[in-house]
Write a protein of this length. Sequence first.
Length: 573
Amino acid sequence: MKTILSKKTAELVLLIFFSLSMVILTSPRFSSRFMRQTSDSVFIGMPGYFEDYYYYLDQFYQGKEGKWLTENRFSIERFPSTLIYFNHLLMGRIGGLLGWESYQSLNYFGLLFKFLFIGASYLLLVRYINIPVKQRIIAFLLFLFSSSFPSFIIKQGSLVLTESVDIWRTSNRILSRFGTSPPNYALVNFLFICLLIILLGIFQSEFTAISKSKNKSLKLDAVLGSLMLIIFVSSAYIFLALGDLVVSFILLATCISLLFIRKIPLTKFSVMPVSKTIVMLFFFIFIITGLTMLRSVAFDPVYKQANNWDIYQYHQQIKTIGIVKFIKGFGLLLPLFLGGLGLLLRRKNRSVYDDSAIVIVSLGWSGYLIPLLFRLPIPGFRFLFPAVYIFMGVMGMYALIAIARRIRLTYALPLLVVLYVCMNLLSFYPGWAIAVRPVPEPDYHFAYIPDNLYQGLVFLRTAEPVDSNVLASPATAIDLMIPGISGRYVYTGHFLTTYNSKEKDIQANEFMFAQKESLMAQNFLKENNIGFIVATKYVGASRETLKTKYPFLKKVFENPMVTIFQYDPEDIN
């Protein structure tokens, strides 16, 4: 018993250590920038693209304020609040209770759920009863390190390793699977794995009871236990559905498929099986949440344009990179996964875990390819989310074992695994090396906000009137920073979440670079309820020009980095 416990403890310790290591390795931007932070700036983190980062940061700030519905503060139209990114609101609220700023909550929860997702993925592999430790380690390594094929170019007569193929919004690369996604993405994958572990355990117990022709008896403790389990699982599914409808659909469809595959009859039980009760609740939760989310996308022009842009980019990917590079983008895992899938389909006595793996990868790849091939207005890239790669890793492991047996060498399997990991690390390194470089301007101040600029943004949090909008230069992208740091609505912001962003960018730049006549400028501010104008050193001489060109502006905050003007129509009158 002591030996067994020590092995389990050692495996757990190694899992924690390996998961932490992977979190650091797959967070190159955050890790390297954290090490380079300076004393005269506020380290924001910015592990991904800065426009998207500040969009998510706004949601965390709203959560810190106590909001339960998401407002779009990158557009002044005051569109109806929505449940989209509710999980970010909740994380921001928890972070606020802990005394964290919005950017701290975003970074901490992002790292936490990435760690939990990686750890839970291994625990899912543990649930594969017939998989020995060595085999689940191989499947785990395939899940973690699978990437595109290495890319080489000839430069000045030398063969140079370059970044591997990056497929739009697809988790085909290590960094795209773990590196730059928002906390909600990691949370969704973590919840998917946890719910799957629980549900497969329930299904397995009921399938076993059926095969042994055992009926359940109506014992009070069993009924109460089942009720508590149903409530817990259904509550978790709500957060999953709020986080990503597609992932919640995959889980629901997997459960329904397993019920049909295994055929659970009601007549075998004194009460309805827990599995069918959960599936029914999942179905109603999915329908209600789905209709609510789709209503936001359909009737809100901002969310609609963002969704349409995503789908357009998704449809353009094969046309842009070509079918050869598209296939190359999925690397060695693609042929191994297909080979392992064939082996699994031919297996006669499959477990519930094997059936679930087949269903999940089938749904994932069907949902990904069908909209792409037939150009359907569906974001198919969401179907190949990172958790799907766990099951592809399992199937790839089966294929590697089959290949090793054909080679007939003593250490064939370990050698194949080492070669596989090394080849994928070749693909991983160029992108990682670029990510760890010092961030240059003009992006530097988005990761490290200078203290003086940060003070100005904090000033806006309480500047009266709080319901007025803020104008900043879209040319320098300072407008993006304001909702997530100051909590204010801005005239311009993220190009996908600002209504009529192109027209507004033109109007904003004309004002910020003093190209509007005085009367026109006042009308522009009044019509758009703009109460504050933020001019930073990044607009150059225009910062001083604003003071002389627009005498109706009142300076309310200034330091060497930023000047904030207030416009009050009543003062003019």
